[in-house]
Design a protein around this ligand. Structure first.
Ligand code: ADP
Ligand code: MG
Length: 288
């Protein structure tokens, strides 16, 4: 008699073969993964379930939202697939092979103002879309902004969002335990007076400063001193030699994004209307 073939599970990690590690972040390891059937490459984010004990339903909720919105803007890393084992959660994203914005800033020293404005306009457009979908990124920084390809003019992609709301508590406690840098966090996060959409605009203000100068505005010797500087909005466009070639319009844009009061800070949509971004001419050619 013919033996009934066992039912294959709908989604199992062995549909993919994992390769080299692409990076690791706050709560996950990201590995290159080949989908065996199609030979297509993805970036597979492996999250240990221990980190989200008791909040699994929240995570699944967020993943569903992520999947729905991640294909709605060309500069958001698309979530293709997810599955879980008893220990881990696996999320398969479009593979970005161009590395982190962080590494490009470090390699270049800083960005030409026109290139920075063009990058920021693309990022703000993606973030305005995320916000319109009711989601706050919460962790915008150059490590979470990736280039689609290694080309100089490659598209910039927003990665690592959606799950941050579920992970938030974890992150704040980790920040005090481990010596993580709070560099991109808005004042209201420390003051515990709210951390909604305006935190993303603040973070992008810090990214803009970083792109233009090659260093971040609130760098201090200790995380505590850094936090105090952020709360007071204590930063300067100094040393002078790093800012001599930067326009007053660009500085004004940074100032607007780094408004201490989140209510007074421009929204992502308003930031797009700022002269510095509105007049940015497309400089990069989109890669296929
Ligand atoms: P975490 O939540 O732990 O910060 P991320 O999603 O930011 O995880 O991923 C950690 C790192 O893995 C990123 O900073 C990046 O270097 C790399 N990475 C993440 N997603 C991709 C991707 N789609 N393509 C290529 N590398 C990626
Ligand atoms: Mg990250």
């Amino acid at each position: 008699p013919k033996r009934p073939s066992p039912m294959p599970p709908a989604t199992v990690p062995c549909q993919y073969r994992t390769g080299k590690t692409l990076g690791s972040g706050t709560y996950a390891i990201v590995k290159e993964a080949i989908h065996i059937k199609t030979g297509k490459y993805y970036a597979c984010k492996v999250i240990n379930k221990k980190l989200m004990e008791g909040r699994e339903h929240m995570v699944r909720n967020e993943i569903a939202v992520l999947k729905r919105i991640s294909s709605g803007n060309p500069n958001i890393v698309t979530l293709h697939d997810y599955f879980e084992t008893s220990h881990n959660l696996y999320l398969c994203f479009d593979l970005c092979t161009g590395g982190e914005l962080f590494d490009r800033i470090c390699a270049k020293g800083n960005y030409y103002e026109a290139d920075a404005a063009e990058l920021l306009r693309t990022i703000f457009t993606a973030v305005a879309y995320i916000h319109a979908s009711g989601i706050v990124h919460r962790d915008l920084k150059p490590e979470n902004l990736l280039f689609r390809t290694p080309a100089e003019e490659a598209d910039i992609m927003v990665a690592d969002f959606g799950l941050s709301r579920v992970m938030e508590e974890e992150k704040l406690s980790m920040l005090t335990e481990v010596c993580g840098t709070p560099g991109y966090m808005a004042p209201e996060i420390f003051l515990k007076t709210g951390h909604s959409k305006p935190v993303d605009v603040w973070a992008l203000g810090v990214v803009t400063y970083f792109l233009l100068a090659g260093y971040t505005p609130f760098d201090r010797d200790t995380p505590k001193a850094e936090m105090e500087a952020i709360i007071k909005g204590d930063y300067k466009f100094e040393p002078e030699e790093y800012w001599a070639n930067v326009s007053e319009t660009a500085k004004d844009f940074v100032r607007a994004c780094l408004t201490i009061d989140p209510e007074q800070r421009p929204t992502a949509k308003e930031a797009l209307e700022h002269k510095w971004l509105a007049s940015a001419t497309p400089h990069f050619v989109s890669s296929p």
